[in-house]
Design a protein around this ligand. Structure first.
Ligand code: ZN
Ligand code: ZN
Length: 452
């Protein structure tokens, strides 16, 4: 999960602007509600999944701890991807490496014909120095933005990889009975590639990861501060889009005592900041989907009596609907350029690398929820609120129906609303969630292939 969270609540939408999953902010509705429908009958392989996932669990834990102790930043997951590729080859997968630099794709063709289901895990860690005292604590260091930094799986992607390798093992052992193909996508740089590089899900899609064989549906999960082993999902939008913009306003420099001798970009910029507030308040239907526009940086000038030549501002946009997202972008461009023009200045607007809305295909979600309830237990499966975090899993969902969910990793004796969040140097994942993750991913794949 990348990029800030800026809220999601209709009302309190203003938060941090820089990258990184900062805080979790739910909307006005913070309570989750349990689903109480009766669990359906299991697929014929479910008992084998339970047995195999229990058998493989010590290895899943070992993988997780090894990845945790040896984290690597985005686009630098060299050791990590080698371990994954080696394991997949041992299990009989057709393995492709070097996808979007360090990505690994494994294909398992079942014994019977059928659809193609993809399961995705991200692989990258963050420039965060771990502060916990786990025996497998990371002491890794790497260069980030020209500085030596501590590296930690502070977003929990170590768990995702271990779960997907466990799932790979389970599915490989029932290969002959699988009606279709499983494609495992181990993705680099979910948190965003280093400056100046491309990467992540967007790059994997560009390199046709969803083709040959063509993927029919994709599933992914993310560990999150919810009760360990619980699953939180949501049909339709789950996580916000995240975009970053830069507006540069060029006026004409003059003496502060003689403003009529130039064009003041600070006044123009101020008018633009104020006008940007009207995008959400006057043009977005917030009863359908909330959104945020925030300016987090405004820079110009260097002393009190000089009206500067230029002003630069940066901001972020969050939305839960792609049409709303596009409209906001268009409005930002229009407001900036026209306000500047009206004052005799000029403005340019640039949007940086953005993530689309993480939107779960409603039909696919409805179809798979019975699997979640059966596997995790109906009381452990809940619909969650919109969250302001962003995920580049959304790039896969733009191409094929996809479903993304949260796997709780907060120890059951702790208050999940008060523990350290993802991206914190104290983020902690309870390993009791790992076998749940393996069983969920395995059963989602099997049920999907079997047309359940
Ligand atoms: Zn993250
Ligand atoms: Zn993440």
């Amino acid at each position: 999960m990348r990029t800030a969270i800026c809220s999601v609540a209709v009302v309190m939408l203003l938060l941090a602007a820089e990258a990184g999953l900062e805080t979790r902010l739910y909307g006005a509705e913070t309570r989750l509600y349990a689903q109480t429908l009766t669990a359906p009958a299991a697929n014929p392989l479910a008992a084998d999944v339970d047995r195999l996932s229990a058998e493989i669990n010590p290895q899943v834990v070992a993988w997780r701890r090894d990845f945790h102790k040896n984290p690597e930043l985005g686009n630098r997951e060299v050791r990590t991807s080698k371990i994954i590729a080696d394991e997949l080859r041992k299990l009989g997968y057709e393995v492709t490496t070097g996808v979007a630099r360090t990505g690994v794709v494994g294909v398992l063709r079942g014994g019977r014909p059928g659809p193609v289901v993809a399961l995705r895990s991200d692989m990258d860690a963050l420039p965060v120095a771990e502060q916990g005292d786990l025996p497998f604590k990371s002491t890794a260091k790497a260069e980030w933005n020209g500085q030596q930094v501590g590296v930690m799986h502070a977003c929990g992607h170590d768990n995702h990889m271990a779960i997907l390798l466990g799932t790979a093992t389970v599915l490989a052992k029932m290969r002959d009975r699988l009606p279709g193909t499983v494609k495992l996508i181990f993705q680099p740089a979910e948190e965003g590639p280093p400056p100046g590089e491309t990467g992540g899900a967007e790059q994997m899609v560009k390199e046709n990861v969803l083709d040959n064989p063509k993927v029919d549906a994709v599933f992914g999960l993310h560990v999150f501060p919810f009760p360990a082993g619980s699953i939180v999902y949501r049909p339709g939008p789950l996580m916000a889009s995240a975009d970053f913009f830069t507006i540069r306003i060029k006026g004409r420099q003059t003496h502060g005592a003689v403003p009529w001798g130039g064009v003041d970009p600070i006044v123009v910029g101020s008018q633009i900041v104020t006008a940007l507030q009207t995008i959400i308040s006057r043009t977005v239907n917030i009863t359908e989907a909330p959104a945020v526009v925030s300016v987090g940086r405004f820079a110009g000038g260097n002393r009190s009596n000089i009206i500067p030549e230029e002003v630069e501002m940066e901001g972020t946009v969050r939305a839960f609907d792609e049409a709303v997202r596009k409209n906001i972008h268009d409005r930002i461009r229009s407001i900036a350029t026209h306000y500047a023009e009206a004052a005799g200045a000029t403005a340019t607007v640039e949007f940086g690398l953005g993530y689309p809305v993480t939107r779960n295909d409603p039909a696919l979600t409805e179809r798979m929820v019975p699997t979640l309830r059966r596997v995790a237990g109906a009381d452990n499966v809940r619909v969650g609120p919109l969250t302001g975090t962003a995920e580049d899993f959304s790039f896969f969902q733009q191409k094929v129906p996809g479903m993304f969910m949260f796997l709780g990793v907060t120890p059951r004796d702790q208050d999940y609303t008060k523990v350290a969040q993802n991206h914190s140097p104290l983020f902690f994942a309870d390993e009791s969630a790992l076998p749940v993750g393996v069983r969920v991913m395995s059963n989602l794949a099997i049920d999907y292939l079997m047309g359940k």
